[in-house]
Write a protein that binds this ligand. Structure first.
Ligand code: SF4
Ligand code: SF4
Length: 288
């Protein structure tokens, strides 16, 4: 959770940084100076979690925090911040930390305004709901479930915080993409090749679907989850019951992209779109 292993003064994107974090070869929270993630701090847990809405909230929190003369009354900061938010939480039981902000002058990196590397104080994160220890020690499933090649693919391709955080936390989307491309290629992706411009372009073309998916449900979801009776559940697609056909070969991707289809023709159109993006990457990989 925003484990700032070091400052990122160089802008080399997608470089593997062995040993940047204990046990983890790639620093997913703060991979380089072009982007970062704060998803587990509740960044996206708003009814309106569009790029515009989140840029406004994070910018407002940053401005308020930077205007503080001291850190002596963070409750006053919190109260003031709450009066400036018109958005509503998406999942009530998930904490939206008040201390997410932009941590660089260019406002390209989201992160923790209370982090010791920002404030010089190791105890301030006890002012948040999780407390300093959890904030320091948390590593999301992206660290444990994604392979190094999968992690590097996202880091190499996505260069802005909004899309980056959406993708790096979507395990199904990334793993399924890799399963399809590696099956088609008949070999494992070599991480060293992922910085090639053609491949980065094809990867970004696929991952960008996360922000601009034409079959996105009108119902407000976050990835594969929707909110129901104080719980969040997976919004599955029942192909058999609705259209009498077997599950799509792209089912996990379709669910991750928050799909909602009114007819089978839409399912097939979505599959064609995914097939085209996957094929484009496979061709680029095979030809470069
Ligand atoms: S969701 Fe994962 S990558 Fe993002 S800030 Fe949290 S621990 Fe880091
Ligand atoms: S204090 Fe808030 S923003 Fe900082 S790491 Fe903890 S949850 Fe995230």
């Amino acid at each position: 959770m925003n484990n700032y292993s070091r400052h990122h003064d160089d802008c080399t994107p997608a470089a593997p940084r062995p040993g940047a974090l204990p046990f983890h070869p790639v620093d997913l929270c703060q991979p380089d100076c072009l982007k970062s993630c704060a998803a587990c701090c509740g960044l996206y847990n708003w009814q309106d979690h569009s790029r515009t809405a989140l840029t406004e909230i994070v910018g407002m929190q940053t401005d308020l925090f930077l205007a503080l003369e001291s850190y002596d009354d963070l409750d006053a900061y919190r109260r003031l911040r709450n009066t400036r938010i018109s958005n509503a939480k998406l999942f009530e039981t998930i904490y939206n930390c008040e201390f997410i902000g932009f941590i660089d002058n260019e406002r390209r990196r989201v992160g923790c305004l209370l982090h010791p590397s920002v404030t010089g104080d190791h105890t301030l994160r006890n002012h948040c709901f999780y407390g300093a220890r959890i904030c320091h020690e948390h590593f999301c499933p992206g660290y444990g479930c994604l392979t190094t090649a999968e992690q590097l693919a996202v880091v190499a391709a996505v260069q802005d915080w909004y899309l980056y955080g959406l993708v790096i936390t979507d395990i199904d989307l990334v793993k399924e993409f890799f399963r399809h491309i590696e099956n088609a290629l008949g070999e494992s992706i070599k991480p060293a090749r992922l910085s090639q411009p053609e491949l980065r372009c094809a990867l970004l073309d696929f991952f960008s679907l996360k922000e601009a998916w034409p079959f996105k449900a009108a119902e407000n979801r976050l990835g594969k989850y929707y909110f129901s009776a104080s719980e969040y559940a997976i919004a599955r697609i029942d192909y058999r019951a609705r259209w009498g056909v077997p599950e799509s070969r792209f089912d996990k991707i379709l669910v991750s992209l928050e799909s909602d289809f009114s007819c089978l023709a839409q399912v097939r159109a979505a599959e064609s779109l995914l097939h085209a993006k996957i094929t484009a990457f496979v061709k680029a990989y095979a030809n470069t």
